[in-house]
Design a protein around this ligand. Structure first.
Ligand code: ADP
Length: 382
């Protein structure tokens, strides 16, 4: 056995111990190949006999998927220019199956061949990995499309519901005011029921619309300078009746170091506080709801709502800011609402450049704190 035969035998032994196909090819200046070594694994990978490739060095090119041939030509050109390169392409196997391979070639710059470049390459079957990748991409695209359609549906349905609801509310309020004649007690009671339900539905539809806009990145803030204590006073006057009706005490407290004015979107801050306070009232049966305004650090101001209600289990705390999420109360607490309030609160807070934190213990109560920048930097003033 001469030297070259011995080398081939050793190479064959190594090659048969791995699942990849290895090759040694010489590329001339025009990238045409001369085969020096092909491992037998070429048969397993392609389904064609080794001899076919040995007899015709261009046969490999002919089984590459036509769409991927330009990639392969580019790969060969790089190798001819003495650059190692790796490429992934599809092969048409003898049995008609299409598989994915990774072809990685190293060039030997010190090769004694004068006429071309020696390439030492490995071809691996990567079909399972590519299939998993394709399935993941497909699943992601489908999920994104489903989410986009859901937001669109949410926006359209909410929009279409809002107009007739406003009309129902308007007519009911006219009746309540006696615009069409005096009302008997029973009629007044019925009208008040209609108004209450219409208001509830209007709030729900507004939440759905906000959620759809937030998901789509279409909600715009109206940044202006405002007096934060006005917001607390407003919530106090709107919420003290519902709080007292449930026998709760609503306390508000404004820290002395809170600036007289801050910059932000006052309507959206009001919405955040109203949501937190109405939740606090909803999930508390006795005790106190405490609203605090304070300055946690020189660059922020904070709104805090604490209650002595049912609390939120630790396992649920990371999830309650997700849309449509409600704690499985197993009969505890109020199950009305769509589970959108906290999701909107969190997204609005983030949009304003702030963050929200929660401390809660089951049976003891909850404290939500919204930290907002005194001067938002990530929103355009308009
Ligand atoms: P909704 O109030 O419409 O259900 P939210 O998004 O405002 O939706 O709240 C999500 C869930 O978080 C509520 O259903 C409730 O289970 C829980 N939760 C929110 N605030 C409180 C609170 N102050 N105390 C106890 N649980 C709360």
């Amino acid at each position: 056995m001469n030297d070259s035969q011995q080398k081939d035998t050793s190479l064959n032994k190594v090659a048969s111990s791995i699942s990849d196909h290895i090759y040694v090819t010489e590329l001339s200046q025009d990238s045409s190949p001369t085969t020096h070594f092909l491992s037998e694994k070429i048969q397993t990978i392609t389904g064609y006999p080794l001899e076919t490739f040995q007899a015709d060095p261009a046969f490999w090119h002919s089984i590459i998927h036509p769409d991927d041939r330009p990639l392969f030509i580019e790969h060969r050109a790089k190798l001819t220019n003495q650059q190692g390169n790796e490429v992934e392409y599809r092969l048409n196997r003898a049995d008609g199956e299409i598989i994915w391979v990774r072809d990685s070639g190293q060039v030997d710059n010190n090769a004694d061949s004068k006429s071309g470049v020696m390439v030492y390459g490995i071809v691996s079957d990567i079909t399972p990995r590519r299939k998993a990748q394709e399935a993941l991409t497909l699943a992601r695209d489908r999920a994104l499309e489903a989410s986009r359609l859901k937001s669109q549906l949410l926006a359209n349905v909410s929009h279409d519901l809002r107009t007739p609801l406003t009309t129902i509310l308007g007519y009911a309020q006219l009746l309540e005011m006696g615009a069409h004649g005096p009302l008997a007690d029973k009629q007044r009671e019925t009208i008040s029921g209609i108004i209450k339900s219409a208001k509830y539905l209007t709030n729900l539809v507004n939440d759905l619309l906000d959620q759809a806009k937030l998901e789509d990145g279409k909600l715009k803030l109206n940044i202006t300078s405002f007096v934060p204590s006005d917001i607390v006073n407003q919530v106090q006057s709107n919420m003290s009746v519902p709080a007292h009706t449930k026998g709760l005490t609503l306390i508000t407290d404004i820290g002395p170091d809170v600036p007289l004015t801050v910059t932000g979107d006052p309507d959206r801050v009001q919405q955040i506080l109203a949501n937190l306070v109405s939740n606090a009232i909803k999930f508390t049966t006795e005790g106190t709801v405490h609203v605090r305004l304070f300055r946690p650090d020189p660059k922020h101001w904070a709104l805090q709502v604490s209650d002595t209600g049912i609390g939120i289990p630790t396992t649920e705390q990371p999830h309650i800011f997700e849309p449509f999420r409600q704690v499985d109360g197993s009969g505890k607490g109020d199950t009305s609402g769509a589970g959108l309030g906290l999701s909107i609160v969190k997204q609005l807070t983030t949009l304003m450049g702030g963050y929200i934190s929660l401390e809660s213990e089951e049976g003891q109560g909850s404290t939500f704190t919204v930290h907002l920048p005194l001067m938002p930097s990530n929103v355009d003033a308009n």
